[in-house]
Design a protein around this ligand. Structure first.
Ligand SMILES: [Fe+2]
Ligand SMILES: [Fe+2]
Length: 178
């Protein structure tokens, strides 16, 4: 697998670990148990700062190259690129709800449950389509020169949570997730 796809795939593995944590919190919420709101906020802040801000734009460069050179009407690719536009809005909405709960603003438990549940579904479905359909398509379509061309457009940004250098603000979260 090309190094870029390998990196994107590895990102998905990491995001899945975070989603497992959030799923556990959702199960607690549904059982009317107390959940770890602080860590949930940190997890969603990470979703805003890395997947939404770095991973998806990186995918957009690769996907756009595929549209430009191989299949401009590929529905799966067009759809996930559209989702890349919408996902930061969902992240912000969920973050807003979590922060208001943390600030003791009265909030129905079901609002947080529904928002978190919808968020998790969107994230998982999105990654599944990329993994099952899009990445394999790119992998078989692109040649070495394509990957070199794409690589020249990219800047390497380290993952602040799962990378070699864990940012100070994510150290607590990392201990929780791993
Ligand atoms: Fe994506
Ligand atoms: Fe992705």
């Amino acid at each position: 697998m090309a190094a870029i796809l390998d990196k994107l795939h590895n990102d998905h593995i990491n995001f899945s670990k975070l989603l497992v944590f959030l799923e556990q919190q959702l199960a607690l919420l549904k059982d009317c148990e107390s959940c770890d709101l602080n860590t949930m906020v940190e997890a969603i802040e990470y979703m805003k700062n890395y997947p939404d801000l770095i991973h998806h734009p990186l995918e957009n460069v690769v996907f756009q190259y595929y549209l430009d050179h191989y299949d401009s009407k590929n529905n799966d690719v067009l759809e996930v690129m559209e989702e890349h536009e919408e996902m930061p809005l969902l992240t912000n909405k969920l973050l807003e709800i979590l922060r208001s709960v943390l600030a003791d603003v009265p909030q129905e438990r079901s609002v947080l449950c529904d928002s978190l549940s919808a968020y998790l579904s969107v994230q998982k479905e999105h990654m599944n389509i990329e993994e099952a359909k899009i990445y394999p398509q790119l992998s078989s379509a692109f040649n070495d020169q394509d990957w070199k061309n794409i690589d020249s457009e990219l800047t390497d940004v380290e993952d602040p949570l799962f990378g070699r250098q864990v940012e100070q603000s994510y150290q607590r979260l990392r201990l929780h997730i791993l």
